[in-house]
Write a protein that binds this ligand. Sequence first.
Ligand SMILES: Cc1ncc(COP(=O)(O)O)c(C=O)c1O
Length: 311
Amino acid sequence: MSNARAAEHLVYLNGAMVPRDQAKISVFDSAVMLGDTVTESTRTFGHRPFKLDQHIERLYKSLKITRINPGMSPAEMTELSLRVLEANSHLLGPEDDCWLVHNISRGLSVAGADPTVQRSPATVIIFTSPMILTDWARFYVEGCHAVTPPSRAMPPQALDARIKNRSRMAYTLAEIEVKLVDPQAQGILLDLDGNIAENKGGNFFIFADGLLKTPYTSSALAGISRATVLELAATLGIPTRECNIQPYDLYTADEAFFTSTPYCIMPATRFNGLPVGDGHVGPVTKRILAAWSELVGVDIVRQGLNQLGGA
Ligand SMILES: Cc1ncc(COP(=O)(O)O)c(C=O)c1O
């Protein structure tokens, strides 16, 4: 984005719409001091937000449990979010889409003081960002290499994975271990019992024994993309099951894929160096991706591949 265009890019910050380079928070904000922030990431399809209501609902569940008072109702948050999208829509090309991101912290913190006390209005940040798919796009065609790191998913007894938060150190350290194995690989975190939990930013599915299976949300975020896949599978007559999935089940599965807001579905065709199924993106994965494209009126694979310079 050029500098002139960047100045037109407006961010909502604590009651005002400000140009992107003026959207600044205090170094004493609890987001910085404590990573004390809940978050949501929604995406658009054809410039329209996808399942914004569900993202706002999940955001308010996270706010409730973390006891952060955002100072506005879900309806007001939704209205503001639509205003941010609207204010920046002219920056999007006709084929482009964007993220709509919410970051909400407990506000100002004081070193050494009780971190549970909200001492100021929450810091409320809403911004858009171009939906850049270049890191993932080729996986629609080739599939990615999924790798399990030695680090395990944070146990829900310590932090419930359903609270979508910005304390990402555990995920990042695990992903560093994954990249040591293969710099292009995507991590699959196991829980303490050795069951597949999730990825640093996505849920996971396998297709095996004629069933589309996904882990429970006991150690994974209740992903909105995950829910979308379960809905699409029901429409397509593909039977689904939530269950424990172990590495053995993935080694021997016919197909596997990740789900997340930006890429929707990312096929995995290798697991810890071995092919998943025949090592190619499978027919069930392709059917669900096609159904998702139809649902949103955007060819998801083509949009990604176009960013690589050829569809
Ligand atoms: C840890 C984690 N798991 C799963 C997901 C996928 O959730 P969604 O499909 O709602 O994007 C995310 C999304 O950011 C995530 O951060």
